[in-house]
Each structure stands twice: as C-alpha cells, then as structure tokens.
Ligand binder design. Structure first.
Ligand code: SAJ
Length: 417
C-alpha cells in the first residue's frame, strides 16, 4: 500500500519519513520544485535535528520519493500551511488546492487525513470539495460508515527542534468523520506511533489543536503581563515567578520579548475569528503578547537615554547590541520572531551602531543588511554601551554576570539580571 503526503514542510516531511522508516512506500508531494529536487537527492531544505539522516536513509532505501504532482495512493495526508489573512481570518487556500489536486486520483477505499491546523468545520469543508469533484465516489457526509472514501482530521502537535522524537512519542488526537474513518486513521498512525491514538470526531479534533496552542499563548501572556507590572513596581519578575511556582498548584511560564513562530501567534486567531463574542480572553492574550515587542523597544529607548546621560556621548557615538534573533532559544528559525522585529526597529531608530549577535546563523539576515553589524558575542560584550538580551541561547547564559555588570541592560529573558 502507498502513502502520499501533501506538503513537505516542517510536518509533512518528517511524517513521510516516519512511514518510510517503517518500510512503507511513500510519495511526498510539494508545489516547490526546489524542495522536491532536494529531497529526491536525499537532502533536506529545512532545519530540524536528525531529519537529514532520516531523509537520506528513506530516499536511498527506495521508500521515499518526492514529486510536484499527486499520484495514486491508498492513504493521503495533507500537511500544508494554514496562514491567516490580514484580518486574522484563517486562509484555507492551500488546503483547498491540496484537496482539489488529489481529488482526480482518489479511488474507492482511500483514506484522506487533514493534519494542517484548521478552523472548526474545515474537514467537512474539505470533504465537500472532494465530493464536488468526484460525484462517482461516496463520502462520509453522504454515506456515513459505508462511504467509499474515509476522511479524518488528525492534528500534528510536534515541537520544532524535537520533531523526530515527538512525532513518534506524542499521543495523537484522531478525529474521524465516522468511527470507521477514525479506525482507519488510527491503524495508519500505528505504523510508526509509540504514543496512543485517542479517538474523537473531526470538529473536536480541530478545536483541540487550536485549544492546545491557545492555552500556551494565554499562559505566556500571563507571564508577559506580569513582566510589565513588575517593571513598574521595581520587582524582579524572574524571582517572583520562581517563588510563586513553589506553590503546588501554580506553574507560571516565562516572559520574553513576545511570542514568535507560526503556530502559537497564529492559531488562537482562528478561534477568535469564529467566535469573536466569546473569545475575550484568547483575543486579549494575543494582544498582550503582540504588544510586548513594542514595550521592549521603549525600554531600550529609555536605557539609551540613561546611557547617554551617564556617558556624555552623542547618540551617534553609542552602540547598542541585540543578543539573539531566533524565535526561541538554540534554533536558527527566524520566522515570525519578535527578536528580529525588535532588532530591526531599534536599528531603524538608532543613529549609532546597532550590533546583532546570533550564534545559530552564519550571517546577517537579508532584512537587517545595511541596518545592523553582525558581530561575535565577545565583540558585542566588549564594545556595546547598551545590551539587549532577546533570546536565552545557551551561549548567552554561559556569560558570567560580572562581564555584563557595567553596561546598561534590557534583559527580556532574565539571563543577566
Ligand atoms: N515562549 C515564551 N515563554 C515560554 C514559552 C514560550 O515566551 O514560557 C515563546 C517562545 O520564545 C516562542 C513562542 O513562545 O517565541 C512559541 O514557542 P513554543 O516553544 O511554546 O512553541 P512552538 O511554536 O515552537 O510549538 C508549539 C507547540 N505547542 C504547544 O506547546 C502547545 C507544539 O507542540 C505545536 O506542535 C506547535 O506549536 C504547532 O505546530 O502548532
């Protein structure tokens, strides 16, 4: 039996490889010719620990091939992006395109699984798109348990940086359109899954994915709000959280420069878009987290003012160093990173030098070219007047407090202060 994965990104490619590593025949499909060519050479176009070796083995073993056009398969998994539009409404164009591309090659007995983070009702919508193109087949919305094609929503929930482990170990929510659909989907994932398949319906599974990331967003917003309150009250928020977390039922997350990545900062909006009246807390959490970078920039401006007063320098003679660009520690992923946004805004505002230190990338991202100087950790610590700690990379944590004691510091991660 053949498995086809549509979308060979951060979720689709590791999933394709997981099946291939269990010696299943897998065809990965992506509209990006470069990605397809790279994978067919046994290489990867994204960064994720252990993924390179696994792809190489799957391709050289003959279990994984990539293509830009769908071919026949027994099971399909759709793992394409679901971004939001300008008004924070989910954009389903990629799911729609994926569904419409596989519809012509669907056959009786096929299983179609949607993995992309989606608004409630998306799986039913996808089933509708398939049914419109294939009136010769029956689908669960018409034929229930007797349908020719089984359809389920099974969200991914892997943590970037630990995908290869979490993909196998995490429990999986299986939302079939019928119990038969759920049973087929569970059977498929059990090919590689060590975690458990937990069965529900498609709508609950869709909401479950959105809920998981909204839960995290709300909790991070709580920590970020505390950091603003504590700054105003002259209290060290890191100490405060450490102390509060000694309570057996309190577990506060860590404040930071804001929330980045393409999941936590996006998915809660799907709930808000569908239930604007009810989703008060979820919307406010998004706003609190989105506001944090602007607050940090203002902190930097006042640290700069203090430094100018203390040193008697002119602004153009003053050097600001930003530590970290990625959206979380010890990775090289700069997408939707609040640290990037802060560094860029500071550099545009500041008339002197703005330095950037990012041990996980080799050179300055194009967006910051001509704006910032890309320097080593040592150089920044030696030459900068104002230090802006944005990402708690291990290299930064290793710097002893005494080396940074002299400078003016804005520390969004509580590493140095
Ligand atoms: N962050 C904080 N404080 C914290 C924890 C995180 O400010 O205490 C920030 C991070 O710096 C980062 C952002 O939040 O900017 C998100 O990072 P993350 O590590 O919480 O999550 P992601 O985006 O890498 O992955 C999340 C995970 N979801 C949950 O933990 C509920 C992952 O399991 C999902 O599969 C993934 O989203 C996804 O694809 O939806």
């Amino acid at each position: 039996s053949t498995i086809s994965v549509i979308g060979l990104g951060y979720i689709g490619l590791p999933t394709a490889v997981a099946f291939a590593s269990r010696h299943k025949q897998v065809v990965g499909v992506d509209i990006n010719q470069h990605a397809v060519d790279t994978i067919n050479r046994g290489e990867i176009h994204i960064v994720e620990p252990e993924l390179d070796k696994a792809v190489k083995a799957a391709v050289t073993g003959g279990y994984l091939t990539a293509s830009t056009t769908p071919v026949e398969a027994d099971a399909w998994l759709i793992a394409v992006p679901t971004p939001f539009k300008g008004n924070h409404e989910p954009d389903m164009v990629y799911v729609e395109a994926a569904a419409k591309s596989i519809a012509p090659v669907l056959k009786k007995g096929a299983l179609v699984i949607l993995e992309s983070t989606s608004p409630v009702g998306a799986t039913e919508q996808m089933a509708q798109w398939l049914a419109e193109i294939r009136p010769d087949l029956t689908f669960p919305q018409q034929a229930g348990e007797q349908a020719d094609v089984n359809i389920a929503y099974c969200p991914e929930r892997v943590l970037p940086g630990q995908v290869m482990v979490e993909l196998i170990k995490n429990d999986r929510v299986i939302g079939g359109m019928t119990p038969a659909c759920s049973a087929r989907a569970s059977e498929l994932y059990n090919i590689f899954l060590e975690g458990e398949c937990v069965i529900t319906n498609a709508r609950t599974a869709e909401m479950c994915k959105l809920t998981e990331n909204s839960f995290r967003d709300v909790n991070i917003a709580f920590a970020n709000e505390l950091s603003l309150i504590c700054a105003d009250q002259g209290i060290n928020v890191w100490e405060l959280i450490r102390l509060a977390n000694r309570h057996p039922r309190v577990n506060i997350l860590q404040p930071g420069p804001g929330v980045g990545g393409h999941c936590i900062a996006v998915d809660p909006w799907f709930i808000v878009a569908q239930n604007p009246e009810q989703a008060q807390l979820i919307r406010t959490a998004r706003e609190v987290n989105d506001h944090k970078p602007h607050w940090v920039i203002n902190q930097v401006k006042s640290a700069v003012a203090d430094s100018l007063t203390a040193s008697g320098k002119r602004a153009s003679e003053l050097t600001i160093a930003c530590f970290g660009l990625s959206f979380k520690p010890n990775i090289d992923d700069l997408r939707e990173s609040p640290a990037m946004e802060i560094a860029e805004q500071i550099a545009r505002w500041h008339s002197g030098t703005t330095q950037v230190v990012e041990p996980n990338v080799h050179r300055l991202p194009a967006k910051l070219e001509g704006l910032c100087a890309f320097v080593s950790l040592e150089e920044a610590l030696r030459s900068a007047d104002v230090l802006v700690m944005l990402v708690d990379h291990k290299e930064f944590k290793a710097v002893s407090g005494s080396r940074v004691e002299q400078a003016f510091i804005v520390d969004t991660k509580g590493v140095w202060r």
